[in-house]
Design a protein around this ligand. Structure first.
Ligand code: RB5
Length: 153
């Protein structure tokens, strides 16, 4: 897969390791920054990642900040994005199985590098269950089409 990855200064400490991990699984990574541990603002990195995914220019997105929450909040404002903040193996699994999450948001304050790698792998390898869950995704898409601007960019 082609995976867009972004982080803020909090996530920067693990960025290189996570990129290498994704490469070791055979995935290609688009590095959307940040590029140093200097304090920065997570929306500046979440939006490019979400855009890659929204436009079909990346298959999935991974976002890393302190908690994953800021990244998730902004990523979910981009059309077609289903960003999930995952803080356990179980939430990573269900994010794919039930929500077909196309962006995974992780936090360095809630998980270490091994946790993140394990959760990324679970999220990437778990299949969407479809069926009643597809009906719910259809309702999200319907809401987006009805109430959200075609593109915010
Ligand atoms: C940065 O200090 C921190 O607020 C950010 O990384 C993230 O946790 C926000 O949700």
């Amino acid at each position: 897969m082609l995976i867009a990855l972004g982080c803020d200064h909090a996530g920067f400490v693990l960025k290189r390791e996570i990129i290498e991990f994704l490469n070791s699984l055979g995935h290609k990574v688009i590095d959307c920054g940040c590029f140093s541990s200097q304090s920065c603002d997570y929306p500046d990195y979440a939006v490019p990642v979400a855009n890659y995914v929204s436009k079909g220019k990346a298959d999935r997105g991974v976002l890393i900040c302190g908690t994953g929450m800021g990244m998730g909040i902004i990523a979910n404002k981009i059309r077609g994005i289903r960003a999930a903040v995952c803080y356990s193996d179980e939430t990573a699994k269900l994010a794919s199985e039930h929500n077909k999450a196309n962006v995974l948001c992780l936090g360095v304050r809630t998980s270490n590098a091994d946790d993140m790698k394990r959760r990324i792998k679970i999220w990437l390898e778990t299949q969407f269950a479809g069926d009643r869950h597809q009906k719910r995704l259809d309702k999200i898409r319907y809401f987006e089409n009805k109430h959200c601007k075609k593109s915010i960019l």
